[in-house]
Design a protein around this ligand. Structure first.
Ligand SMILES: Nc1ccn([C@@H]2O[C@H](COP(=O)(O)OP(=O)(O)O)[C@@H](O)[C@H]2O)c(=O)n1
Length: 419
């Protein structure tokens, strides 16, 4: 699934060049490899850049493997094996002569953040070993757990780059909503000073420079509010073991095993209790209430791109096309959640968790972030054949050092300081 467009860093999709105009001098082409070690899967992105005054993204090769590294918490060598398998994609994509100057980097997200430190590091040590044995360039800090603040910022950079909004001439930018398995991110460029002034803590603000522009973003990553972690929260299963977890969001006669983060849970519907949208909403609400901060501004006018599980579940629910994506209003998730939850059978064709998942997405958007029911979201998997993910932003940061820093470094007291 190689991308074919040439993306100019300053003009995003505007920088389309015809294939024949490729520079004959191959030394101007270079490669970079980013692994995304997510809670539900590990993915490799192999980027091809053309060196220009500013580099141009020529192509992305992408492949993924399930489950994520955290599933191998009791057999860390399998984590190394996963990465070794995916590195084959890099070997096939990058010409052999370029291997020793092609950087390989792995960043882990919520799956490893949720594990005890020692166990997470045992997994990362295996990955480091595979990198060190590989013929690629292994920079300092090539394998680590990414800071949650950066995850949102880097996804914002990816989407604004791919949609052509990072150029100094661009007047507007797009916000991002990323729903992973373990964590969820919201990031946007505030229009109102009040939005920055009224954040609950300084780590909701990030500043950085990119291609001669400086940005100050509202951004936050909520650990434990990814879709899989939210299922556990709704079931009351976080940290608990050895029982059957019942939910009014699951079909009454449903009972099965379900695994996440290296643990397996017994889950079922509630045969004697309630089922349907209303009781389910009450269950999922407790996962967001008092947890998610509502930003001061979330106007309809600011465009939000939503991807990862927002996209996948919108496809599963038949709300958008899996190839083209599409635009949805927040209330479309709610309407479909009601339809699915209110006729839960023992084995719905859409899968037993769809009611829970859509209800959680509705609660997260409305009661969590405080979006209006009529807010329009652009559901996206790829832009110009490049994955909607933080990975491209992360490689751009590695290549161009954007000096991302959190608000607290220069922002002593956001509530009282006079800006
Ligand atoms: N390049 C990617 C990366 C993740 N995803 C989706 O993101 C969701 C899970 O994200 P994740 O496993 O990285 O979770 P976190 O570790 O970020 O919480 C799944 O729906 C994946 O299919 C994607 O569609 N494309």
């Amino acid at each position: 699934q190689a991308g074919s467009s040439l993306l100019d860093l300053t003009h995003g999709i505007g920088g389309l060049l015809p294939r024949l105009s490729r520079p004959a001098n191959h030394s101007r082409i270079h490669y970079a490899v980013m692994f995304d070690a997510g809670s539900t899967g590990t993915r490799i992105h192999v980027y091809t850049f053309i060196q220009n005054k500013l580099p141009i993204l020529d192509n992305e090769m992408f492949q993924s493997i399930k489950p994520g590294l955290s599933a191998y918490v009791n057999s860390p060598e399998m984590a190394g094996h996963t990465v070794r398998m995916l590195l084959k994609v890099a070997k096939q994509t990058v010409p052999r002569v370029e291997w020793k100057r092609t950087p390989v980097i792995l960043r882990a997200t919520a799956g490893l953040r949720l594990l005890p430190k020692q166990r997470a590091h045992a997994l990362l040590d295996q990955v480091q070993h595979v990198f060190d044995e590989s013929p690629f360039l292994v920079p300092d800090d090539s394998v680590s757990i990414m800071d949650g603040t950066n995850e949102g910022v880097l996804a914002w950079i990816t989407m604004n780059f791919l949609t052509g909004h990072l150029s100094p001439q661009s007047q507007k930018t797009v916000g991002i909503l990323d729903l992973g398995g373990g964590s969820t991110q919201i990031t946007f460029l505030p229009k109102l000073r009040k939005t920055i002034e009224s954040v609950p803590s300084a780590d909701y603000v990030a500043r950085f420079d990119v291609f001669n522009s400086s940005f100050e973003l509202y951004t936050y990553s909520y650990l434990g509010n990814g879709l899989m972690a939210a299922r556990l929260g709704a079931l009351g299963a976080l940290g608990a073991k050895g029982t059957v977890f019942k939910s009014s969001c699951l079909p009454k006669k449903f009972r099965d095993e379900w695994s996440f983060g290296g643990l397996t849970y017994q889950v079922s519907g509630d045969p004697e209790g309630l089922s349907g949208y209303k009781p389910c909403y009450l269950e999922v609400q407790k996962v967001v209430q008092g947890v998610i901060h509502q930003p001061h501004e979330l106007q309809d006018t600011s465009a939000f791109y939503a991807f990862s599980y927002y996209f996948d579940r919108a496809v599963d629910a038949g709300l958008i096309d899996g190839e083209r994506g599409g635009r949805l209003e927040v209330r479309d998730f709610k309407r479909r959640a009601k339809e699915i939850c209110n006729k839960l059978t023992s084995s719905p064709p859409s899968g037993p968790f769809l009611c829970l998942d859509l209800t959680y997405i509705t609660a997260l958007l409305k009661d969590g972030f405080g979006f209006k029911e009529t807010t329009v979201l652009q559901l996206t998997k790829k832009v110009r054949n490049v994955e909607a993910s933080w990975a491209l932003g992360a490689i751009l940061d590695h290549l161009h050092n954007m000096k991302i820093h959190r608000g607290d470094e220069t922002f002593p007291n956001p509530v009282t300081c006079d800006l």
